[in-house]
Structures are given as C-alpha cells and as structure tokens.
Design a protein around this ligand. Structure first.
Ligand code: SAH
Length: 258
C-alpha cells in the first residue's frame, strides 16, 4: 500500500517514520510513504505557497495552484490509471472523525494521497476540484494536518501483518470488532507488589495463577466494566452488533449495568 503525503513540513515525518514498532512497515515498503512539498511546485523566486484571504481577515491561505501541480506530480509518480486513482484525503476539523472502522478500511486499501493543511487552511477551489474526503482527528484545531497524517499512518501500519511483535497483540486492543469491540482491559507487569506513592499495590490475584480460562474471563469482565463506565456508547454498539456472549450479558446484569 502506498501513501503520498503532501506537506509543507516533510521533515516532521522523518523521526516518526524511523522510530518505534512501525518502522519495519515503513522501511519494508509494506506501508510505503512518499513525501511531497508543494513549495517545490510553486513559482517565482520566493516559491510562494500561501497568500492573504480574499474578503479580509487574519492569517494566510494555502494557494490552489502549487497544491494542484504537486498532486499531478504525485499521480504521475503513482503511474495509476484514471480508474485506479488513489483517493485524495484532506485533514480538516470539518471532516469525518477518524475511528477504528475508518483505520481498518484504510489498512485494507491501496493507500491514498494525504493532504496536510497549514495556516487558515486551503483555498476551497482546490478542495472542491481535487479532494475526495475530509478526515478529522477530533473536535479541536491543530496548526497543521501533519499530526493527523501521522496518526492515520501509525494506526494503519500497526494493523499490517507482522508489524507488531506478537500477532495477537492488536486482537485484544480496544474497539476491535473482530473480537468484541470493547475497550481493552488494564495491564500489569512486574513486580507483583509495587510500593507506590499510595502504599503497596498488588496485581489482581487471578492474573498470577496461570489458569488461562479464568484469566480470559477476568479480562473480559474488566473490559465490560470499563466500557460500561467509560464508554456506554461503545458497549451499546457491541451489543447491537451481537458481539457479546450470554455470559457477558449475565455479568453486566449481575453488576446492575443492564
Ligand atoms: N481554519 C480552520 C483550521 C485551520 S488549522 C478551521 O477553523 O476549521 C490548519 C490545518 O490543520 C488544517 O487545514 C488541517 O489540515 C489541520 N487540522 C486542524 N485541525 C485538525 C483536526 N481536528 N483534524 C485534522 N486536521 C486538522
């Protein structure tokens, strides 16, 4: 899969692509990431990529022409036919919020062209002519789309086969509809008793016993409790989708949560 990222700050991506568990996905080309700077496609000595907004107001707006030229170069480099053209995604607070389903779809895709805005945003005419969909990280405003692009690439890369050391590892992650869609249960590691600032804290007994079924049941119940408390909307969705077993329903009922 191939992602082409259009950004005025390509250098922000280097440490992200070269560190951490996802590095092997990026380096092997399993998730190939190509960076493009619209400034390289801008005209004049100053290679201007932004200008003041028509109608007045604060800030600057990214100009359509350098973005369009950059996008044409991306399309040429992808060598794609019209039919196989990769979707153009713009990161924007007005977009559809990114979630597990969105990430899972991208991780099964051929990739996309990711456009990172800066300043007040991008000339609307480029958006109307060239952008297929807009994606948001949430209801807040970033100063650029780069962190949103990295968030999407990170989440997609870790779902690729062989990227995580333990294949089962994302199976138990939160929101996985292949499992139960619930939030992940709490994690513990050594020591068994931690002398923390509130006094000695022990690991739940059942996790030390090596009884796999009991451990699985305990974790599932913790997931159910956590999801019911933290994200009733997520619990309701899992129930609607039939992802819960009768034992789960019985447990929730016994806790007064249904
Ligand atoms: N004036 C715009 C914000 C511009 S912020 C508005 O109020 O809607 C500059 C750039 O940061 C945007 O073009 C977009 O690419 C990126 N950005 C800001 N917030 C974002 C968010 N929540 N999700 C994804 N991208 C975001």
């Amino acid at each position: 899969m191939r992602f082409d990222v259009i950004t005025l700050f390509p250098e922000l991506f280097a440490p992200f692509l070269q560190n951490g568990i996802n590095r092997r996905a990026f380096e092997s080309g399993q998730v190939a990431v190509h960076l493009w700077n619209p400034r390289d496609f801008a005209e004049g000595n100053y290679r201007r990529v932004d200008d003041r907004p028509f109608g007045g107001g604060p800030g600057m707006v990214m100009m359509a022409e350098p973005l369009w030229r950059c996008l044409q170069a991306v399309r040429e480099a992808r060598g794609g036919t019209e039919a196989a053209r990769a979707p153009v995604v713009l990161f924007s607070p007005i977009g559809d919020k990114l979630d597990h389903v969105g990430v899972a779809n991208w991780s099964d895709s051929q990739g996309a062209v990711l456009v990172c805005g800066r300043y007040e945003g991008i000339d609307q005419r480029f958006i109307d002519a060239c952008v297929d969909l807009q994606v948001s990280l949430g209801d807040f405003v970033l100063s650029g789309g780069e962190i949103a692009a990295m968030a999407l690439l990170d989440a997609v890369a870790r779902l690729q086969p062989g990227v995580l050391n333990d294949e089962g590892s994302h199976q138990q992650d939160s929101f996985n509809p292949a499992l139960d869609g619930l939030l992940d249960s709490p994690h513990f590691t050594r020591p068994e008793v931690w002398q923390g600032p509130t006094g000695p804290q022990s690991v739940p007994e059942v996790l030390l016993g090596g009884h796999h079924e009991r451990i699985a049941r305990h974790r599932r119940e913790q997931s159910l409790l956590l999801t019911a408390r933290q994200r009733p909307d997520v619990l309701a969705r899992s129930r609607e989708q039939g992802l819960l077993e009768p034992a789960d329903e019985a447990f929730l009922r016994s806790q007064g949560l249904l």
